[in-house]
Design a protein around this ligand. Structure first.
Ligand SMILES: *Cc1c(COP(=O)(O)O)cnc(C)c1O
Length: 240
């Protein structure tokens, strides 16, 4: 990427976005939906604001960042500054106060304890924070997130927190040999999403199922994703 000129990088992002939009439309059609039923998130970790802003100029209206500090450092450079932002990485209790005012949704709520911290911070600034629960759908020890069987109990506890609004589930499935194998995990997540929705728990709206990244967003849409999170397929490979 370093060897591309800024202009060439802009063209690359445009070309990538065109391809992604076509594939979203195709996958949506195959799952009996419209492209407009699938929300597109540009994952902007490690991406320079000049390229993020180019993506925004193409009509992308949602960005996701993993780290509180990285988002903070980019805030002043984003155009438009009001672009919708979600946190998608693990959140530590001591960073909750910083992130709550900055984003419209925290997708990576992975414990009741962090939900309580976010609820307290939201209360202090008079906000109701939209959240998703992150589910560890592959039951991987290396990952954070609720185990599938913990989701219902945790959702009920979190639904009782007045400054949180639980909107759905987020998941990152295990790395699979091929995208077809990921479908099994996406399907499990979708089933869990439907199960919780059917319980009609007060103060919960199960509307958002955030799953699918650069290598597997097509399969995620086929299995019912309502939002995908795409980084490298849009911006090019990341350089840390
Ligand atoms: C980095 C990241 C993505 C995007 O990954 P790509 O493979 O670059 O599309 C999506 N979701 C989460 C939680 C991430 O950390």
């Amino acid at each position: 990427m370093e060897n591309l000129s800024v202009d060439a990088h802009f063209r690359l992002i445009e070309d990538n976005y065109k391809v992604i939009c076509e594939r979203i439309a195709l996958a949506a059609q195959q799952s009996g939906r419209q492209a407009s039923d699938i929300r597109f998130m540009a994952v902007t970790k490690t991406v320079d604001p000049i390229f993020i802003n180019h993506a925004l100029s193409l009509g992308i209206d949602l960005i996701g960042e993993n780290k509180v500090q990285e988002l903070q450092s980019k805030m002043d450079f984003l155009k438009p500054a009001t672009v919708e932002k979600h946190l998608i990485g693990h959140l530590q209790t001591n960073k909750a106060a910083k992130i709550v005012p900055l984003v419209s949704m925290i997708e990576s709520i992975d414990s009741v304890k962090i939900a309580e911290a976010v609820n307290r911070c939201a209360e202090k600034i008079g906000k109701t924070m939209d959240i998703l629960l992150e589910v560890n759908i592959g039951r991987e020890e290396s990952k954070t997130g609720f185990m599938p069987e913990e989701i219902e109990d945790s959702a009920r506890q979190i639904a009782a927190m007045p400054h949180l609004h639980l909107c759905g589930l987020m998941t990152v499935p295990p790395i699979c040999e091929d995208a077809q194998e990921s479908r099994r995990f996406f399907s499990l997540a979708h089933q869990l999403f439907i199960d919780i929705r059917n319980k009609n728990i007060d103060n919960i709206d199960m509307n958002v199922l955030s799953m699918g990244m650069s290598h597997d967003y097509y399969e995620a849409i086929l299995e019912g994703a309502t939002q995908i999170r795409v980084g490298s397929a849009l911006f090019g490979a990341r350089h840390y």
